[in-house]
Design a protein around this ligand. Structure first.
Ligand code: R5P
Length: 293
């Protein structure tokens, strides 16, 4: 404890120089609290404004899907190339090394499986997210699903309320039911609804036509899910188109961990997301890297 004698009178008050106030690099995020911004800036690179999120939470509804049978063998080697990992608390505690030092987008809603009734979900305790040091809380939102729309929007709202108590932002994940079309009209409606309800980031799908309308009509960053496995060249083209049309990143699973060469694939994706590579250049990189492995 310093005593009074050691307190030296201050001299440098910078009188005449207004205090600097830094802006914030993410769309729609300037007015958020410090803890929320700190977490978001670990998920998204302040340099590029973008993020490569590696999603491997599929097991919570699908069980041991292809590529995730042994996450210790297939996912752990990919983690170092991701900016953020999206997974369940089960995967975190059983497989993900706590020393990996990556921000976690925690699968925060759950409650049903592919065998029964998707989107019949609840959310977990916020203390669990704090214990796991989550940087994002991922919640499924089923807009247009007559049975689950209300429930899942309430899950989103509750998560945002809980997360904001602790400075943890929420990722609204748009679920597209079998009978709904993944077009710009639907995706912008569902994504906008997530943002208006307070989601800090929205995860949705890419669509071939007018994706720019989706990113422009949503006032917060959008990341795209990869969806079902595509040939590598097509997946890279989708990532390129999404970034080129305003997405802030990808939150991609199967198109990375089911790729023929997952480590080469995630690096090729990174080159698009962070370095602005075209899909042709990224594919060349993929070919080079896969031959080195
Ligand atoms: C979506 O909510 C799932 O939980 C996955 O995280 C998501 O679909 C991303 O994975 P993929 O790129 O395989 O679609």
């Amino acid at each position: 404890m310093p005593d009074n004698d050691s307190i030296v009178k201050g001299k440098n008050f910078g009188i005449g120089t207004p205090q600097k106030t830094e802006g914030y690099f993410l769309k729609g995020s300037s007015h958020l609290d410090w803890g929320v911004k700190d977490r978001l800036s670990r998920v998204f690179s302040p340099k590029s404004g973008h993020s490569v999120m590696l999603a491997f939470d599929h097991g919570y509804i699908m069980g041991p899907t292809s590529g995730l049978e042994r996450m210790d063998l297939t996912i752990t080697p990919l983690i170092e190339y991701a900016d953020c990992i999206m997974c369940t608390r089960g995967a975190l505690r059983s497989v993900v090394p706590p020393t990996c030092n990556k921000p976690v987008s925690l699968r925060y809603s759950a409650g049903s499986t592919v065998l029964t009734d998707l989107n019949e979900e609840c959310v977990m305790d916020i203390e669990e997210a704090v214990r796991l040091n989550a940087s994002l809380l991922a919640v499924m939102v089923a807009v247009g699903d007559p049975k689950h729309e209300g429930l899942t929007i309430r899950n989103l709202t509750k998560t945002i309320d809980l997360g904001m108590k602790y400075g943890i932002p929420t990722l609204g994940v748009t679920a597209v039911g079998k009978e709904l079309v993944r077009d710009a009209r639907y995706l912008s409606l569902a994504s906008r609804i997530c943002a208006e309800n307070g989601a800090h980031v929205v995860k949705t799908y890419f669509c071939e036509n007018d994706f720019e309308q989706v990113t422009n009509s949503v006032p917060v960053p959008i990341v795209i899910a990869g969806g079902k496995k595509l040939p590598e060249k097509e997946a890279l083209e989708m990532a390129y188109q999404a970034i080129d049309q305003g997405a802030a990143g990808v939150d991609m699973g199967r198109n990375i961990f089911q790729a023929e060469h997952p480590i080469a694939m995630i690096q090729a994706i990174r080159s698009i997301v962070h370095e602005g590579n075209t899909s042709d250049k990224a594919y060349d990189l993929y070919q080079t890297l896969k031959n080195e492995q």
